[in-house]
Structure formats: structure tokens, C-alpha cells
Write a protein that binds this ligand. Structure first.
Ligand code: SAH
Length: 432
């Protein structure tokens, strides 16, 4: 049988909420009767939301899929400044709980028809009179539409206690508005066949309520709030965010190390006339061309950027040290291996990598952060980062081992695994 609605009706109801969220950008959103968290899973991608909460009386339903709300690896690898906490509670909408007060948006999608009429009264009191959110979206079946649903006898679901006509829904909505100080707009999703739209309305009727009097009204109610906690917390997760200092530091270090290494190699390549083959390393090692250069376009952009910065690095340093000695130091002059050290001025690093400048704020902040990093060596005056570079005499196996060990011990070992900030996500499957 052809589906009656495209997209499916439940998708249209959730899309209605998502469109509202896109327009109004609420920070705190509560979904009542969240069931298996389908709507919450879509809302978590709207990162203007800082607190996303679900409530359902049925803990088993919540637990079934709640782990799908956890952050994914990219949330950890490339955290943003957005903050997001997700909480799931088991409890009834007929009972109060102070933790759910003061939200910007409360949604109740196909929930109220599962309550007795007496419980709908309690629902109205709890949601509009106690939780007092700025906006509420309530959806419920429109029984005027039922004759158009093929084969339907009785209610649309076995657990429904009632299904309201448009007039009944309107009468409840108006009463709530008068009693608790809201205004409502009545609409819906799921269009009737052409020619019948006026007469029967939408398949799912929706009321969008807005609290009159804005934020002040909530504060007024706040004074008398009872501190009741009747719900059970089942799940709580905080998404990684750059507002967390440890995360900020880790991401910044990855960027700094990546760019400092890049600039160093660029500079060495220019000085020695050797090709900077960092970006081809993977290709050289990969058997049968399995591993390709990360992303041609991206690397080209980076090449231009590091080339420009390489020149800048030279200019900056040459101003201080005419012969450029600052770049190359023989730290082990007696040894048969020449260890050289490349100095990358923090100012250059800061200018070259937009993410480093955004994350650190200023060159002096960057210096302070790097001073605390045990694996980072700064020049005496703290104006540059000093990076080891070993002379290319690695034919000998021992040297090679040592060189490898050097890299593994260095703080850059981790950074070598860090993707550069601007790198687009790759679909490797599609590239093969
Ligand atoms: N909102 C979801 C699911 C609707 S089904 C969606 O859009 O798909 C109705 C849900 O309301 C069920 O998960 C049911 O467990 C929940 N429910 C029923 N009575 C409830 C109550 N008193 N308090 C909280 N949730 C309730």
C-alpha cells in the first residue's frame, strides 16, 4: 500500500519541532514522552542547544536506545566551543520536578492522548503552571481526520485514552492560555486530500504556545518554587567542549605541534633544496598505493600557507640574526651525528594557523600555555619554539631505530596522529 504521507507523519511532526528550533534557537529543550529518544537524537545536532532533556514514564523504552545519544569520535577529536549536556529522566508528566523548570522549549509529541482526562489536567498544571517554559509544542491526533485513515476502527493506537476533534483541542488550548498566561497558535502536519483541507484540518494537530510576559514571569514564579525531585535520572552526558580548559589545551597543542613541524620541514626543505616529502610519506610506505596523499586540495592550500609563513619566518628571524644561525644549532658538536635545532617564532606560528590564533587569543597567551607544556622547548626569551632536527644519516639501522625512538618519545608522537584542523572529513571508501 502507498504510504499516506511523504515524508512519514512521525517524521513530519519531528521536522516541525526541528524547524522551530532552527528559527528560535532555544538553549534548553525538554522532550516529554521521549520514548526511544528519536527526536532527541536529531535535536542534539542543533548545537545552539546547551541542555537537552528527555522524560518518559517508561524507563525500559528510554534505556533501549539512550546510548545513541553519546558523543561520537569526531566530537572528541574536533570539539567545538558549543556546550551540550544531555539528561534522560524516568518519571510522569503529572508530577513536578524542579530540575525541569525554566526551559526555553518543551515538546510533547503524541503524548497527551495516552493520559486520562484527569491526568491531562495535571499535565497542564505541571507544564504550564509549574515548569513555565517560554514555548511549548503539543501535538495530538485530530479525530476529524480519522475518516480519511483507511481501515481505522476506533482510536489510532490501542493505548490512546481519547482523540480530540479540532474544536476539543482548541477549547483545551484556550483554557490553558487563560489559566497560565500563554498564547497559542493552532496548526498541524499531514495534509488532507485537496478540497478537504478546510473541513478536516491536519492529521496531527499541533498547538504552539508562547508564554506571555517573557522571562520576568518565570522569575516571579521562581520565588514560590517547590524544590521537588520526583524523577529518576537514567542517563547524563556532557559533550566535549573547548570551554573545558583541558580539552582546549589538548586541541591547541595538537595544532601547535602540527604547524610547528610543518613550518620546520618547509624551512629545512628550502634551506637544503630537498623536497619536503612529509605529505608523501604515507604514499611511499603504503603497499600498492593503498594509502594516498591526505587530500590534494587541502595539502595544496596548506602548502601555500606554509610557504607564505616560511618566508615570514625567515624575515622575522633574519631581522634578529642576520646569518639565520638561530635556525640551526649544533647541540652535539662532538658527536658524529649532527643534531640541529630549528627555531619557529611563536609570532609566525600564531599568524600561520588561524586555529592556533583563535584558540590561544594572543601570542603571549600562547607563550604562557607552551611554557607549561613539559614536552615543549622554548628559546631563552620565550619568543620561539625549538624543534629538534637530526642530520639525514639514517642508513645505519641503529640510527634509524634511535631516530624512531626519538619521535616516539617526543611530545609530537601524539601530534603526528592529529588531523590538521581545516582538513575536510574524508570518505575513504568513496575515494578507493
Ligand atoms: N514522543 C514520542 C513518542 C510518543 S508515544 C514520538 O514523538 O515518537 C507516547 C510516549 O509517552 C510513550 O513513550 C509513553 O511511555 C510516554 N508516556 C505515557 N504516559 C506518560 C506519562 N504520564 N509521563 C511521561 N511519559 C508518558
Amino acid at each position: 500500500m502507498e504510504p499516506m504521507f511523504t515524508p512519514a507523519l512521525h517524521r513530519q511532526r519531528h521536522q516541525f519541532v526541528i524547524d522551530f528550533v532552527k528559527r528560535k534557537k532555544p538553549k534548553k529543550v525538554l522532550d516529554l514522552g521521549c520514548c526511544e529518544c528519536v527526536l532527541l537524537k536529531q535535536l542534539k545536532f542543533h548545537r545552539e542547544i546547551e541542555l537537552l532533556v528527555g522524560l518518559d514514564i517508561d524507563g525500559v523504552q528510554i534505556k533501549k536506545k539512550m546510548h545513541g545519544l553519546a558523543p561520537i569520535s569526531t566530537d572528541y577529536l574536533q570539539p567545538s566551543y558549543d556546550q551540550l549536556r544531555i539528561e534522560l529522566y524516568q518519571g510522569s508528566v503529572t508530577e513536578k520536578d524542579a530540575r525541569l523548570r525554566g526551559f526555553d522549549l518543551v515538546t510533547s509529541i503524541e503524548l497527551i492522548e495516552h493520559l486520562t482526562l484527569a491526568d491531562v489536567e495535571l499535565f497542564s498544571e505541571v507544564v504550564f503552571g509549574y515548569l513555565t517554559p517560554e514555548a511549548v509544542i503539543v501535538s495530538t491526533p485530530n479525530s476529524d481526520f480519522n475518516p480519511f485513515l483507511p481501515g481505522l476502527v476506533g482510536f489510532r493506537h490501542i493505548d490512546h485514552k481519547f482523540e480530540w476533534t479540532r474544536a476539543e483541542f482548541k477549547s483545551w488550548a484556550m483554557k490553558v492560555c487563560l489559566q497560565y498566561g500563554y498564547e497559542v497558535e493552532l496548526t498541524g502536519v499531514g495534509q488532507a486530500p485537496p478540497g478537504q483541507r478546510e473541513r478536516v484540518g491536519f492529521c496531527s494537530q499541533i498547538g504552539v504556545f508562547h508564554r506571555l510576559g517573557g522571562k520576568e514571569r518565570y522569575n516571579m514564579f521562581d520565588e514560590d518554587a517547590e524544590d521537588v525531585f520526583s524523577y529518576t535520572l537514567l542517563y547524563s552526558i556532557i559533550y566535549p567542549s573547548l570551554h573545558d580548559n583541558n580539552i582546549l589545551r589538548r586541541v591547541l597543542m595538537c595544532e601547535v605541534v602540527y604547524w610547528a613541524e610543518k613550518l620546520k620541514r618547509r624551512w629545512i626543505a628550502e634551506e637544503t633544496g630537498e623536497r619536503d616529502d612529509t605529505d608523501y610519506l604515507c604514499q611511499a610506505e603504503g603497499e600498492g598505493g593503498e594509502c594516498f596523499r591526505a587530500s590534494e586540495r587541502h595539502v595544496d592550500t596548506e602548502e601555500t600557507q606554509t610557504a607564505a609563513c616560511g618566508a615570514e619566518m625567515k624575515t622575522l628571524v633574519d631581522q634578529e640574526e642576520e646569518d639565520g644561525e638561530l635556525f640551526w644549532r649544533h647541540s652535539q658538536p662532538d658527536s658524529d651525528k649532527w643534531r640541529r635545532r630549528v627555531s619557529v617564532p611563536l609570532a609566525v606560528l600564531w599568524c600561520c594557523c588561524p586555529k592556533v590564533s583563535v584558540l590561544s587569543g594572543s601570542v603571549s597567551n600562547l607563550r604562557l600555555l607552551l611554557m607549561d607544556e613539559p614536552g615543549v622547548k622554548l628559546s631563552q626569551d620565550g619568543s620561539a619554539m625549538l624543534l629538534n632536527h637530526q642530520e639525514q644519516d639514517l642508513d645505519d639501522d641503529d640510527d634509524e631505530e634511535e631516530h624512531r625512538a626519538d619521535l616516539e618519545d617526543s611530545p609530537y608522537a601524539e601530534a603526528r596522529q592529529c588531523p590538521p584542523s581545516a582538513e575536510p572529513e574524508e570518505d575513504w571508501e568513496a575515494n578507493v
